[in-house]
Design a protein around this ligand. Sequence first.
Ligand code: ADP
Ligand code: ZN
Length: 516
Amino acid sequence: EAFVSSPEQDPALHVLRHTFGYAAFRGEQAAIVAHLQGGGDALVLMPTGGGKSLCYQIPSLLRPGCGLVVSPLIALMQDQVQALRQLGVKAAYLNSTLTPDEANEIERQLVDGSLELLYVAPERLLTPRFQNLLTRARIGLFAIDEAHCVSQWGHDFRPEYIQLSILHERFPDVPRVALTATADAATRQEIVERLALHDARVFLSSFDRPNIRYTVVEKDNPRKQLLRFIRANHDGDAGIVYCLSRKKVEETAAWLKSEGIRALPYHAGFDAAVRESHQTQFVRGDGIVMCATIAFGMGIDKPDVRFVAHLDLPKSLEAYYQETGRAGRDGLPSNAWMAYGLQDMVLLREMIEQSQAPDEIKRVERQKLDALLGYAEAPACRREVLLRYFGEASTPCGNCDMCLTPPQTFDASVAAQQALSTIYRSGQRYGAGHLIDILQGRETAKVTERGHQHLTTFGIGKSVSDAQWSSLLRQMVAQGFIGVNEHGGLILQEACRPVLRGETGFMARKVRESAP
Ligand code: ADP
Ligand code: ZN
């Protein structure tokens, strides 16, 4: 190896300082490096920006043989290899962007032992050709980056990842490290199972990102709310705005632009050239707001993203954590802001109920959605909810909307009864909008058509605002009093009985003016 330690120094520290130019290890890095260097397997759970790369790069340099890094992200591979070469490390990558000649040359270097680190795409690694090469090369370490890609529950699922267990079967003596920033207990378990890491030591770093301020606002006019949020907090800052659909991405970008904000759209429907150009502008440029679907963000290394906004609910709490984690990697104050409303919740429930997935999968999806709603409807500190989900205990953070402006609560027992009996009397099949029309006593076409102006609850809820009604309904869904059928209609659940009968009260949060 090129990096022989000076005898008076810890070799890992020597490499950290002399090759990478850093003064000290961060957090668990030193322990992880030592463990891998000694030949142990490891599962590394560290938030984005925590410094996962050094955890496998340094042991690869210290151990005899080449470190093999499996990564699904071609762009990231190229950036890392370029950076490593500038540091004098013999690094290379093998992926579909290389010509056959270039690939052959890298393969030759692998076999003759002149590489220290090789990044490979998983599909390439699994080819018989590459497997054969591996038997002829000396491998010092397998690093499986973005290990959560083995999980079928996440949106990053890569079928090839499941087959990576063959590395262990074929090369039982080569230490392996799996790394991810997605660390909920279920994903963690799946990684252990699927990659056969039962004996691996688990290194769990804190997932807290104290510089990110979490805020959830009640959706009322989301685009305007977003604009207000940006103008009030992020004039000229770079940020990401996530939307669910491509159409909404384009509309949002166009609207922000018309309001004088330097916004660009990004989704998988654009040509590669457009995507790349927008991405480069975002990374290199100052103060660009990227309106994007979740196709954008993985592997993008921009330290000064000052905010991540969600106009639609993310898929799960770990997706939310990942997506918001792209803000503030430089450690400076940043915002994670989300606008969320009853319709979002109903839509996601409906999607789960309507899907053809087996019950087992639906059950997991329901749990994931509940966890997400638990965050959006958090009665107290949002960070506590988020960290608890990752198995981490914490105390109120003082840097989220709930801590900064604690919500007011009120006795909503009567209002809850009114809403529940409106659902019951109208036949448990209508969505929130129609139910609120009934409660407010509005004779809309739909109301008169169904004869709902004759219901005893027609107009009994006039003293409560529409926004408060919709918040109450949401809180009752989150509490499990109300369910959603496969058509998005609200239905009563067993748990609502004591409230409906007046046996227990119901304290609810007051809606607030959507603070930025
Ligand atoms: P991750 O893969 O966990 O998202 P990276 O490995 O990309 O994180 O590291 C994030 C940033 O932190 C990089 O810019 C990296 O150079 C820097 N970094 C990592 N470890 C250290 C360290 N010990 N000292 C200083 N900077 C570090
Ligand atoms: Zn808090």
